[in-house]
Design a protein. Sequence first.
Length: 503
Amino acid sequence: MEGARRPGRWLALSVLVLAVLLVAVDATVLGLATPFLSEDLKPSGTQLLWIGDVYSFVIAGLLVSMGSLGDRIGRKKLLLTGAAAFGAVSLLNAYATSPEMMIVARALLGVAGATLMPSTLALIRNLFHDPRERSLAIGVWGAMASAGAAVGPVVGGFLLEHFWWGSVFLINLPVMAVLVVVGVKLLPESKNPAPGPWDLPSVVLSLVGMIGVVYAIKELASEGPTAAAALAAVLGLGGLTWFVRRQLTLPTPLLDMRLFRDRGLSAAVVADLLTVLGLSGLVFFLSQFFQLVQGRAPLEAGLAELPAAVGAVVAGLIAGRAARRYSVRAVVAGGLAAIGLALAALTTLGQTTGYPLLGASLLVVGTGAGFAFTVTADVILSSVPKEQAGAASAVSETAYELGAALGIALLGSIVTGVYRDFTTPAGVPSDASAAAHESLGGAVEAAAGLAPERAEALVSAAQDAFVDGLRIASGIGAAVLLATAVAAWFLLKGQKLGEGDGH
């Protein structure tokens, strides 16, 4: 369609995909480093959750603003600036010396990450004009986003066996350097020709709203109904309500809320969110299960999670074709149902569960996520005018990041809530017991200072409790995803991918 850009567009895509891969790897690579980081920085249980989650929170809070900023100042400019910042802040993460510094460094990495994700998807919209080609390009992009989340543990495992935990952040530097150098030459600049001003109050409202809501969910699930949870919920919902009302009155809003009148787009966003919730929650907890319950080394634990990445990549690449051949609703609902069924299988999990069940569950979750995530991203992008590609990409991305944060927060809080109730075996000193109740990593560490039979009793009780929590979280996750699959089947009725596909 647009001949001038043909020769370099697939090469340009490979550069964009590199950025997506890294941002996704960074969301899960920390799962494996957690035991090492705990030993070194000695964070409390709450600080540890913040270290794990603040990156996704900040990305989720800023994506819409950054997508809209890219539409205004130029997506290429925003992408390359963000890539340079991502590399620089990675250094700060690698050499953090306290839990507080680590939380701040992860938050700053989130700010940089938020500039990368929407720009990549919006640039794909502008590089590929033919809908079939665009579907394939989004498939590659989606495959990398899902694969990154699953490859994180493998990369992390390899590095942790050879270097110290900070090395999991240093891998970002060479990749971002390549992205900037190649991106300057290959990527076309694109922006909204008539953008209007960037509304700063809207930016603040979306950030406060997103972080407030996610924090409230986290707090509620781990501590029960507390004053802090109530305050955060009120603040978050208030911020988001105000944000929506403000968008409806602005002549050029940060995010055009009228887009959500499209039933297909709204359903795609929800499906997107819950797909990633299932995938990221599972990958995060199985990392700990493989290491701390089944005693695998970090690299072995990472490799054990590889089927999720394989499933995601293969499904991502064929998702567009499958959706055109069968239907959008069949592929999305089928993907969601697959994740739900795999989570349901994990309700039978025990400490000695063999790898075939775990590997098969991960493969099915990855495949389901690859199908659902790729097709929903395509639906979201193709249902808006090209000028708003950044804002639409940001909606898709926000769903992704929010799903990742909620997967770890919600499922994690269920696991933690069940875990903390375990009974300490007789004869274990109170300080060791307190450390053991903070986290499973804490229990393994506390047991190191005890007599062998007491240590074994403590670790065994803690592992039992962790597995109980994992089973309950899997059951709840399965119910949510199966219900969403049914809803998606009805809500996506009649939805098609872009024209020019022979329909």
